[in-house]
Design a protein around this ligand. Sequence first.
Ligand code: ATP
Ligand code: MG
Length: 366
Amino acid sequence: MALFKRKEPMLGIDISPSAVKVVELSRSGARFRVEAFAIEPLGEGMLEDRNPVDPEAVGEVIKRACRAAGTRTRRAAVAVPTSSVITRTVPMPAEFTESDIEVNISIEASQYIPYPTEEIYLDFEVKGHSQASSEMQDVMLVATRKENVDSREAALKEAGLTPVVVDVEGYALENSLGLIMDSLPSGGENSGLNLSKGREGLTALMDIGASVSNLYILQGNQTVFSREQGFGCDQLTLRVAEAYGLSREQAERAKRSGQVAEDFAETILEPFKQMLAEQIGHTLQFFFSADLYVSGRYTVNNIVLIGGGAMIMGLDRVVADVLGITTMVANPFRNMGSASRVNSSALLRDAPLLAVASGLALRSLD
Ligand SMILES: Nc1ncnc2c1ncn2[C@@H]1O[C@H](COP(=O)(O)OP(=O)(O)OP(=O)(O)O)[C@@H](O)[C@H]1O
Ligand SMILES: [Mg+2]
């Protein structure tokens, strides 16, 4: 019966510089369940400018990840990096239908996109009436170079998967925010009115990656401000390698296990956490000086950590101490059940790394 037809399952596949991350979710009513997940490291140089260099080699890693996850699902959603996408809001006559827009969009694009039209993929989303005029509608144009999409699709196909959705990392993350906010101890309530100050409280989501980190300021589940900064966890690996004369791989393993040397915590780890907290504060300054904030209507009363940096034990406490803002590590799966093949303690540990893959996996369940 159509009403109860099971949605076709789909894998969310995040091909990030450090690893391929796979998540599969299912849903019954309002409840989600983790069906499968895996994280499979990518060797150095397998991505260049965040794109797979050799689809066959990356496909092999994706295949391994799917095997490790124990899934047979073959349909997949993948995302291109946010920084590889150009978006512009273009006003068009309100009476334009989708097909009118489609005809006109590539003409519009040639004005905004600094690449020949044959080198890009274009998409659009109708945002609604223009504020400026009721005779116009706002159309958001999204463009990316073909190689960003093609290299990912090729890697998925090499892994025996069928790419059915190509998303943008930032949108996938936004899509997983519902899960992340629901999982906060306060149920995301803090993002309501902060009565003591008469200001609305916003949440800062901080994604600390390997080489870059991204700050997203959220009003409810909507991103109202974002900023990329060039710091990340690779710096910790380098410090460990330098201090103890280790190779990069050895240093990476050592820092994750914490089994390095007796003075590691004191001389390297704690100062690194302190430095990360200060960098987060510095990144927040970009928001604190933005119009939205200085308007005096808002305040930031929560920091939520995701990405590799969120895996560093006790970072949340250091950030809270240094910045004086409540800080916690996100777990998008907190309110979910999981299939018996899922290793739930590994899922709990790795949850902060899986936000983008989860947002992609949700696409089949929206
Ligand atoms: N348990 C851990 N302890 C400390 N660091 C960790 C741990 N697990 C992962 N990391 C670090 O997190 C980083 C990877 O994080 P993440 O997967 O969020 O990055 P990415 O999305 O691949 O890269 P980027 O966001 O920079 O493009 C690596 O530097 C890795 O060493
Ligand atoms: Mg990342």
